[in-house]
Design a binder for this molecule. Sequence first.
Ligand code: DMJ
Length: 615
Amino acid sequence: MIVRKVPGFVPASSWGLRLPQKFLFLLFLSGLVTLCFGALFLLPHSSRLKRLFSTSRTQQPGLEVMAEITDHHPVPEQEPPPNPVPAAPAPGEDNPGRRVGILRRKGWLRRTRLTGPREEEGSVQFSFDYNAFRSRLRHPVLGTRTDESKESQSLVRAQREKIKEMMRFAWQNYRRYAMGKNELRPLTKDGYEGSMFGGLGGATIIDSLDTLYLMELKEEFQEAKTWVQDSFHLNVSGEASLFEVNIRYIGGLLSAYYLTGEEVFRVKAIKLGEKLLPAFNTPTGIPKGVVNFKSGNWGWATAGSSSILAEFGSLHLEFLHLTEVSGNRVFAEKVRKIRKVLREIDKPFGLYPNFLSPVSGNWVQHHVSVGGLGDSFYEYLIKSWLMSAKTDMEAKNMYDEALEAIDTYLVNVSPGGLTYIAEWRGGVLDHKMGHLACFSGGMIALGAEDAREDKKAYYRDLAAQITRTCHESYARSDTKLGPEAFWFNSGREAVATQLSESYYILRPEVVESYMYLWRQTHDPIYREWGWEVVMALEKHCRTEAGFSGIQDVYSSNPNHDNRQQSFFLAETLKYLYLLFSEDNVLSPEDWVFNTEAHPLPISHWDSSTMAGHRH
Ligand code: DMJ
């Protein structure tokens, strides 16, 4: 022993030490040990040492692994799963391994640790259990493969392939002439930036990610992902539309994350979400429409200006998912506040006017529309309920009441027998429908499945009638594409009455309704109508270098508007593709589409445990 070698020590026991010496030695030893352990934990940047004492996820899957994620950290390369992980076993099917995992984790959330003051600003310290989320999906994301040899399927397959070819064409031309810009200008073969996104670039890229993934355009998906990783910068300083950034960028990034599990999408969605938060700093919590990315100000906010129902009412789906994937409750709190204001405010005849003051919390004027300015607010009520696995009863009740008021005061039937939803100005009706309002056929069909028993058939029929009217607005034009707005006046029905309303900008709402009605009824008419749109797009909107909107749907040789809108790739082509796909591709049991057609997952978990989903 070492002590025997110390000069001056006289052995006094079998250990060679006297009692006081033993005591002193033990004291010294324990002090030394305490010091060593303490030092390990007190050293700055001690996380690596701490990890030595914790158990890795692979060793014990139930334990926490906290990852510090910042923009500057390299994101591990992964192939996007071209085919999904297997769906959860069907009820009754046994899978003991999975059962253990599910018992251990109640939701997709793992414990959240709040970001401390010494953390780098904007870093995300949270781990989302992606595998747990995937294991809860009821269907494979891309559906089950059908027997390709079936004769009856071959036409549908060819139609789907055609739509995929259109997507590839739209993407490749964008990439060739406008990569990184927000949209392609196919006639001038260059890019368009616009002013809606506050300096953010690549709107078409973010909007296309999930469509490319869905269509298994793998190379193109990789190009898009690489751009997001390397070139999608958030340090911009312009004024942005809160709504547009939310539905296109946040929605696009979130759905790309949920489909692929690629961290880069999650991190960028959260960081961009944080940049939107200053818009909510108003006396009522109703956000202004515009946020200044540099100053964090309200942008154009003044005491007199108002916020738009469709804009502040269409944040709920994305913001709950931002909370879900970040562990940060602030996002969910912001949209709950909006919900509360809307639930409590007086509504004229149960209708929601389109403008509200974010300062006073009062309606600014009594204009009601299910088209532009109002549209996606109603859509988000029913989809919030669906996304909550039908637990958000507040949203369901608000939707039911709103639809009842719309049906009572706005729905009309023309002398020619066409059902339409008029617009309301303080009690006076404008007998017109915008193209934007044509999404409502799909929305009403979606909601009809869970309507009161005595209303189900009525709402199914209403959805079908409105969709038929929207089809008429296409069928009555020379191009077989529909105008921006159409009227029911003086014997003229479902047609635009002036040139300024006769344009078509590649909008999706009509094919969106065809897709929902097809899934609900399997009436072949919806595929026929969808195919008419494909043919018309090919004939009138396809140019040498991409797709373009047209200026007059009533001209047999229309001029192009030189713009390939990003929602054409996000929505129009996606809904067309789904119209010719099996019903369990992005199954409605697992997904809801945000208003830009980005799929967000339904919460298959015990909602009482979730930060973002308590009602
Ligand atoms: C899309 O950006 C969204 O669908 C939005 O809700 C309104 N309309 C455009 C496409 O027409």
